[in-house]
Design a protein around this ligand. Structure first.
Ligand SMILES: Nc1nc2c(ncn2[C@@H]2O[C@H](COP(=O)(O)OP(=O)(O)O)[C@@H](O)[C@H]2O)c(=O)[nH]1
Ligand SMILES: [Mg+2]
Ligand SMILES: [Zn+2]
Length: 299
């Protein structure tokens, strides 16, 4: 029996694909019901005599987790040890900027970098809100770019952002996440399909998520089996810290515990009124704060 550490690079419910430091890949199952490894986890695994499968016995302590509520309203971990969050929106499906804001909020509470990518620029759009939303993100310091996976345009800018990092790509389904990854992999369109066929062959066909190594440097996690969702936030404090421009402006509020709603001497409200803070972002903040506080009351 030998024991090694590895990274989880694909999950299919309770079965996993692992990659060792030397690049070799094996399949593994998990010891016990309590252990719940996810993509990006570093794990300890042991080989089993007369079996090709390895056994995951331990998860190395996570640096961070990206979580989401599942169908039963419980918190589920989507990926671990992520260094960069790439949020994708597109001309279609119609952008839901509240979802983008919630992802950015999650990135702030994970203390990781985030970028906003607007895909399908090959499709003409009359939506004036798009330019304004992208401008909102750019001016508060998120790298923001437009691209077209279809036309293979500006994909190199995404590669430059991912370079040397473990990134996860998120956003509404259909925005083109897998297509962007295809381009980053440098191959023809069917590249992602090949990968998911290879890892999903035989007895396990639903890939929850997978981590792909990019020829241009870095790795990226795709979650093809995950439906539309926005991350769960635990507390009002997390929401306030999740909107970096609101957090920053809040230092000048009269009250240290100002929630930037109706308090006198609120610097955030002033900044919204004079346009320094985007009214749309502020609305997202209020919506998310209300959602979280409803949750707080239930606890
Ligand atoms: N016009 C256009 N269509 C795209 C582009 N990128 C992806 N699509 C299409 O959008 C649909 C969803 O793409 P997919 O990559 O599966 O999205 P995902 O659900 O976010 O992974 C597919 O029909 C793609 O061909 C793009 O840049 N332009
Ligand atoms: Mg996909
Ligand atoms: Zn305030």
């Amino acid at each position: 029996m030998s024991q090694k550490t590895a990274v989880v690079i694909a999950t299919f419910s309770r079965r996993m694909r692992l990659q060792f430091e030397d690049g070799a890949e094996v399949e593994a199952r998990i010891k016990g019901k309590k252990l719940k490894p996810v993509c990006g986890d570093r794990v300890v695994a042991v080989s089993i005599e007369d079996e090709s499968d390895w056994l995951i016995t331990e998860i190395v302590q996570r640096v961070n987790e990206l979580t989401r509520p599942n169908m039963r309203g419980q918190t589920e971990v989507l990926a671990a040890n992520v260094e960069l969050l790439i949020v994708v929106a597109a001309t279609s499906p119609q952008p839901d900027w509240f979802i983008v804001d919630r992802y950015l909020c999650a990135a702030e509470s994970m203390h990781i970098r985030a970028a906003v990518v607007f895909n399908k620029t090959d499709v003409a759009s009359k939506d004036e809100k798009i330019a304004s939303a992208l401008h909102d993100y750019a001016r508060i310091g998120y790298p923001t770019l437009r691209c077209s996976a279809k036309a293979n345009s500006n994909i190199d800018s995404i590669q430059a952002i991912v370079h040397g990092n473990t990134a996860i790509i998120v956003g509404q389904s259909g925005v083109g996440k897998s297509s962007i990854i295809n381009r980053l992999l440098g191959g023809p369109e069917q590249r992602t399909a090949e990968v998911s066929n290879k890892t999903g062959e035989g007895k396990h066909t639903t890939v929850n998520s997978m981590m792909l190594t990019l020829p241009g440097g870095g790795v990226i996690i795709d979650s093809p089996g995950v439906r539309d969702y926005a991350p769960a936030l635990q507390s009002a404090t997390q929401v306030i810290q999740g909107f970096r421009e609101i957090e920053r402006a809040g230092h000048d509020c009269r009250f240290a515990n100002c929630r930037h709603l109706r308090e006198p001497g609120c610097a955030v409200k002033l900044a919204v009124e004079d346009g320094t803070i985007s009214a749309r972002r502020y609305e997202s903040y209020r919506r998310l704060l209300a959602l979280t506080e409803r949750l707080d009351k239930k606890l």
